[in-house]
Design a protein. Structure first.
Ligand SMILES: [Cu+2]
Length: 138
């Protein structure tokens, strides 16, 4: 009888462990990316940016939906660490209406653009929900 219990509990534990692994995988598949422009492309200003996302929902700033937020494009800046607010500045562009595309105007040169996803209060989800490309404006 005791052995059966032990077996049952170890099986239950094992399935918990597997569940934990599956949800881990689910979390790490959340990502953001530039659908446009392509990395290392040469574009003319103003140029169109188009954002892609998996595993999260795009909502306007202030919206309380779980697992949601809005996009930001950071110009020549690294991802904002998780839990830090994204400042409002000319190089921190907020798409706070929940836009999934937009237009950016920059003088000629080569730039890094970092797409950064953040919550309803503009608090960053960190590097895991960011993606950096390089573009040259001619
Ligand atoms: Cu924002």
């Amino acid at each position: 009888m005791f052995r059966m219990f032990r077996r049952f509990f170890s099986l239950a534990f094992l399935s918990l462990l597997i569940n934990a692994c599956v949800s881990q995988v689910g979390t790490s598949s959340n990502r953001v990316y530039f659908a446009e422009p392509a990395n290392d492309s040469v574009v003319k200003s103003p140029f169109k940016v188009k954002f892609g996302i998996t595993g999260m929902e795009v909502k306007p700033a202030g919206d309380d939906s779980p697992n949601s937020g809005h996009h930001h494009v950071l110009v020549n800046l690294d991802a904002v660490p998780s839990g830090q607010s994204i400042p409002f500045s000319p190089t921190h562009i907020h798409f706070g209406k929940g836009q999934t595309e937009g237009e950016i105007n920059l003088p000629p040169g080569t730039y890094t653009l970092t797409l950064q996803f953040a919550d309803k209060d503009h608090v960053s989800y960190g590097k895991g929900l960011s993606n950096t490309i390089r573009v040259t404006i001619k």
